[in-house]
Design a protein around this ligand. Structure first.
Ligand SMILES: Nc1ncnc2c1ncn2[C@@H]1O[C@H](COP(=O)(O)OP(=O)(O)OP(=O)(O)O)[C@@H](O)[C@H]1O
Ligand SMILES: [Mg+2]
Length: 258
């Protein structure tokens, strides 16, 4: 069974940036095979990783749903489930030491319950091919609450250095408990901390929310510059403050090969 790491938090706090740096670090440490999942409808993990995406799961769902509603086979003689599997394999982009799958969005009319069911089955089959899966979530909790992603072994909650960011991840943690999702490890990362230092007020809020802080990632000028020029963050110099800090955090998680 794969070991699944999910990254969640409020909008714009750095989930995608940290997911990308995390994936690159796991690959560099010889972990694998790794599947990176972009579970944000507004997909952009591929940019952080420097990959081009041609097909998303949302697009496949639309194709299958259209055929389902029109009652036509696609293509003749192929079951919807087989078709889904075929297209899913085409949607997997091969990265540098990992595969990337983009959930995307489906905009077609009608109910997607049927295709969501197929998707869940197919993802379960797919997951068996990987030792580690890293899921970059969108700001909402949709995929977590719908259980699309199956089990989660480590939930990394990301917040910026703001009280509201901490409160948002506090709510995610509550939701995980309410949904009775069995997540053995839930850790908080505070990102974009000025000077890499945790403000006292934020530290108090973390305590109040009962969150378990694993590390602080500093506000990193290099990240700004790479972002501004559309350069993949995975190419950041190894001594970039954000990269160094995240690597220390991953080391603490104890998931790397000894
Ligand atoms: N440590 C950091 N230092 C400086 N800038 C950062 C840092 N981390 C992230 N950023 C910047 O913050 C912005 C938001 O980052 P990112 O897209 O990773 O957030 P997100 O949580 O995935 O957002 P969304 O909720 O939209 O998916 C980006 O412009 C990114 O370059
Ligand atoms: Mg994102």
């Amino acid at each position: 069974m794969s070991f699944n790491i999910a990254v969640a938090g409020k909008g714009g706090v750095g989930k995608t940036s940290l997911s990308g740096i995390l994936i690159e670090y796991l690959v560099s440490k010889g972990l694998g095979p790794i599947l990176a999942v972009d579970a944000d409808a507004n997909a952009n993990l591929n940019e952080v990783l420097g990959e081009v995406i041609e097909l998303s799961i949302g697009e496949i769902k639309e194709e299958v749903n259209k055929a389902e509603m029109a009652g036509v086979p696609l293509p003749p003689g192929v079951t919807k489930s087989d078709f889904f599997q075929l297209r899913l394999n085409q949607a997997i982009a091969e990265g540098n030491g990992y595969d990337l799958l983009v959930m995307g969005r489906s905009q077609g009319a009608g109910c997607y319950c049927y295709v969501n069911g197929i998707l869940k089955n197919q993802l379960d089959i797919l997951a068996k091919n990987y030792s580690h899966i890293v899921v970059d979530n969108e700001a909402g909790m949709e995929h977590l609450s719908r259980g699309t992603l199956g089990k989660i072994d480590i939930l990394l909650l990301v917040s910026d250095s703001s009280r509201r960011g901490i409160q948002a991840v506090g709510r995610i943690k509550e939701l995980v408990a309410e949904l009775n999702l069995k997540v053995p490890v839930i850790k908080l990362i505070v990102n974009r901390a000025p000077g890499g230092v945790l403000n006292e007020g934020i530290a108090e809020e973390i305590e109040r929310q009962g969150l378990d802080l694993i590390g602080v990632v500093p506000l990193d000028q290099n990240v700004f510059e790479y972002d501004a020029y559309g350069k993949p963050l995975v190419d950041l110099p190894a001594d970039s403050p954000s990269k160094v800090a995240l690597r220390e955090i991953v080391d603490k998680l104890g998931i790397l090969k000894k």
